[in-house]
Design a protein around this ligand. Structure first.
Ligand code: NAD
Length: 258
């Protein structure tokens, strides 16, 4: 089988958390273009449904939309049950839902801290654990978690200690799961995007003025686009990456290189 054939995901089923928009939507589209059936999992059901319909129309793949708050273990387990009822199996899990709160550490409330840790780290644990259980029983699967370059560096000037800590946690959680499940044919990797032009940034009024500054510092003098993360996730999702597990893939236009 040639390499392009090995990269195809025909016959596989996937779910994407935070799939309604941004990076999740873009990656969900790519997974479907590569042949997978895809569940769009998001706390925002209206937008998830629109995305699922759009992807099905563009790719001809089966898609479903599921309303799930990734911080709620019961909702995550119910999401897995619905997914199995629709698709029969789970081959690919993209645990991607995330939020950011920028607040100086000295004024960050415990509630703000816990909100970020809950979605970004606990949410990834809950969805990866639930997917991993099914994949172990099935005899294999691929889990890809969204970390961030903020799990590697403290990017300035915006103060975001909870976000940085949560994303460093995702990278180490990914490695732990990869080692635990290495003999069970369940691979676990993470991606660490740099600044990507999505609503996570455009909806945060205090971040928008910083874009010019980031672009100034960035070696490529621009932010990334969501579609520039598609190929790495499709690679990690499929059988062509069979020896790749426990790795973190930094996709940041060299932002963390200096
Ligand atoms: P986005 O805000 O455009 O999309 C995030 C999606 O997650 C939304 O659809 C939202 O409804 C959903 N979501 C939020 N909380 C949820 C919850 N509790 N349960 C289920 N769904 C929930 O963000 P994005 O930029 O596409 O970010 C996606 C991921 O990439 C996040 O983990 C983010 O931290 C990470 N990331 C983003 C950037 C960037 O520059 N945009 C950089 C590095 C990492």
């Amino acid at each position: 089988m040639g390499i392009l054939e090995k990269m195809r995901l025909d016959g596989k089923s996937a779910f994407v958390t935070g799939g309604a928009r941004g990076i999740g939507k873009s990656v969900a589209t790519a997974l479907a273009e590569a042949g997978a059936d895809v569940a769009i999992v998001d706390i925002d059901l209206d937008e998830a449904q629109k995305t699922a319909t759009q992807i099905a129309g563009e790719t001809g793949r089966k898609t479903i939309a599921l309303k799930t708050d990734v911080t709620d273990p019961k909702e995550v387990d119910a999401m897995i049950d619905s997914l199995l009822a629709s698709f029969g199996k789970i081959d690919i899990a993209f645990c991607n839902a995330g939020i950011c709160i920028n607040e100086p550490a000295e004024s960050m409330t415990y509630e703000q801290w816990m909100k970020v840790i809950n979605v970004n780290l606990n949410g990834v644990f809950l969805t990866a654990r639930a997917a991993g259980k099914v994949m172990i029983q099935q005899g294999g699967g691929s889990i890809i978690n969204t970390a961030s370059m903020s799990g590697h560096i403290v990017n300035v000037p915006q103060p975001q200690c909870a976000y940085n800590a949560s994303k460093a946690g995702v990278i180490q959680l990914t490695k732990s799961l990869a080692v635990e499940w290495a003999t069970k044919n369940v691979r676990v990797n993470s991606i660490s995007p740099g600044y990507i032009a999505t609503e996570l940034i455009s909806n945060a009024p205090h971040l928008v003025p910083l874009i010019e500054k980031w672009n100034d510092i960035a070696p490529m003098h621009r932010m990334g686009k969501p579609e520039e993360l598609q190929a790495v996730v499709v690679y990690l999702a499929g059988d062509c990456s069979s020896f790749t597990t426990g790795s973190d893939f930094v996709v940041d236009g060299a932002f963390t290189c200096f």
